[in-house]
Design a protein around this ligand. Structure first.
Ligand SMILES: Cc1cc2nc3c(=O)[nH]c(=O)nc-3n(C[C@H](O)[C@H](O)[C@H](O)COP(=O)(O)OP(=O)(O)OC[C@H]3O[C@@H](n4cnc5c(N)ncnc54)[C@H](O)[C@@H]3O)c2cc1C
Length: 475
């Protein structure tokens, strides 16, 4: 009698972020082999990136090697590579070096990236926060500004060096501005001899009428007041129309600054457009309720790259909880297909949203619960520790926070990378060496991702824009 050899289905997961990693973990006992592909070797806990950018945490505290996270899953391989295309007809992913890999099921979870509202030239002047390289670059510019100001004799120039502009009043902008203010006013206040860092001007510019637009009004108001109490100048209804090396333009006003952070918008990973499935105006793939794309039940798209309406008829927000829950559902639907069962439609369980303004000040919105102040802050701390990937990271972050709480010190005040002969050569971003070096790890799709957004849509996609954000509570 002939023996029938059944091939074990191969699941390729592209992206080791919240969506991809949670899908891979959910497949650990499934009758499949899994390959997780990511252009980076690590998973990043993005909610704490701003703490790397403001020198509280080190990059390694919030990142975990994907290989290490999945080391106990014998059926799972990890491949560090850039995926350039997907051939849905041949069921292959195409790598940037031309190599190909076959799949039986594909989970595409390549997330989102910055959008500069059609102004790619702003990117080197106003870095956004998405990767560890972004965070260390922002940290470098932030700390360098104080060093440059310490040596600057012209009061006007010194003032410009000590003016920090954060563009975008969503959770990332709010958290960045709050942490910058606390660093300047408390952590480094006594470390300089010729300047007073506590006089630094931190300006948070939001185009809409309020900060944290996705939150109920009392919480938005609390966030604004808490930031102002910490010395942040909050300006709503302020649309930035130009960013230059030495100023930003807001309407008719020119704000002299050498230090701008972009937290105003994101747009979907360009890979979404390679599937041939319908996408929305920011490149998110319109998926079916089982998380697959029309005509290809073997292709799943999840997380920030996916566009699916929630129970309220609005697209689900680009937050970690959505990505993780989608990752698990994609995995269970793959198993259902293999075992001949029925797939289950995805339903998002909203576990609430949180944002932090600084020490002992946060907001929490969970169903009917609206909380602000110290209790919300404690909730924020515990939830972020709980959901950090990796035991070592939890211990390390907890220790850093405790140390920082007691001493106000920032444990990672390192200016890394080469600094030019002058700290801030005219016409260049702060601290740029004479031979401009592109930031390492910048996405190969940088050119492609520029200019593909309209402001309103870019804001709608995700975490930074802040108009539909449900943050991390309960992750
Ligand atoms: C600064 C910041 C703060 C945030 N704070 C919060 C918060 O407090 N709470 C909350 O709920 N959400 C927060 N978010 C949003 C949350 O992080 C995202 O919703 C979530 O990460 C989406 O998961 P994902 O798996 O879709 O994408 P990601 O987590 O972004 O993962 C995408 C992965 O795909 C990889 N990749 C991309 N393109 C390719 C390619 N071509 N080839 C190979 N690999 C590729 C990337 O390297 C990355 O590892 C924040 C986001 C940012 C940027």
């Amino acid at each position: 009698m002939a023996t029938r050899i059944l091939r074990v289905p191969h699941v390729v997961i592209v992206g080791g972020g919240f969506g991809g990693l949670w899908a891979a973990r959910a497949l650990r006992r499934a009758p499949v082999t899994v390959t997780v592909v990511d252009r980076r070797n690590h998973h990043i806990f993005q909610p704490l990136l701003y703490q790397v950018a403001t020198a509280t945490l080190s990059p390694a505290d919030i990142a975990s090697p994907i290989r290490q996270v999945l080391r106990r899953q014998g059926s799972t391989e990890v491949r560090m590579a850039e995926v350039a295309d997907v051939d849905v007809e041949r069921k292959e992913v195409v790598f940037a070096d031309g190599d190909r890999m076959e799949y039986d099921y594909l989970v595409l979870a390549t997330g989102a990236t910055h959008a500069y509202f059609g102004h790619p030239e702003w990117e080197p002047l106003a870095p956004g926060l998405k990767s560890l390289e972004d965070a260390t670059e922002i940290r470098r510019r932030f700390l360098l500004a104080f060093e440059a100001a310490e040596q600057e004799e012209d009061p006007e120039e010194r003032r410009a060096l000590l003016t920090f502009v954060v563009i975008g009043g969503g959770p990332t902008g709010v958290e960045m501005a709050g942490a910058m203010a606390e660093t300047a006013r408390r952590s480094i206040a006594r470390d300089f001899r010729h300047i007073d860092p506590s006089h630094a001007r931190i300006l948070l510019l939001e185009g809409g009428p309020s900060l944290l637009a996705a939150y109920p009004e009392p919480l938005s108001r609390y966030a604004s007041e808490a930031l102002q109490l910490r010395g942040v100048e909050v300006r709503t209804g302020s649309i930035v129309t130009d960013v230059q090396p030495d100023h930003v333009r807001v309407g008719d006003e020119i704000v002299r600054t050498r230090n701008v952070v972009w937290a105003a918008g994101v747009t979907a990973s360009p890979l979404g457009k390679r599937l041939g499935a319908p996408t929305d105006r920011v490149g998110r793939v319109q998926i079916l309720s089982d998380l697959s794309i029309p005509g290809h039940p073997e292709v799943f798209v999840i997380g920030d790259l996916a566009n699916l309406d929630g129970d309220d008829g609005k697209p689900l927000p680009g937050v970690a909880q959505v990505a993780m829950q989608m990752g698990r559902r994609a995995a269970s639907n793959i198993v259902a297909s293999i075992e001949g069962g029925a797939r289950t439609a995805f339903r998002y369980k909203d576990k609430g949203s949180m944002a932090v303004m600084g020490r002992r000040a946060a907001v929490l919105h969970m169903g009917r619960v609206k909380m602000s102040g110290v209790l919300a802050w404690w909730g924020w701390l515990l939830i972020h520790i709980f959901f950090l990937v990796g035991f070592r990271n939890r211990i390390s972050v907890f220790t850093q926070w405790a140390w920082s709480y007691v001493t106000w010190q920032r444990g990672a005040r390192l200016i890394t990378g080469e600094v030019g002969a002058e700290l801030a050569p005219p016409g260049k971003p702060l601290g740029t060496p004479d031979t401009h070096q592109s930031r390492s790890g910048q996405d190969a799709d940088a050119a492609e991702r520029q200019g593909q957004t309209a402001p309103a849509d870019a804001e709608a996609t995700g975490w930074m824009g802040g108009d539909r954000h449900q943050a991390s509570a309960g992750r």
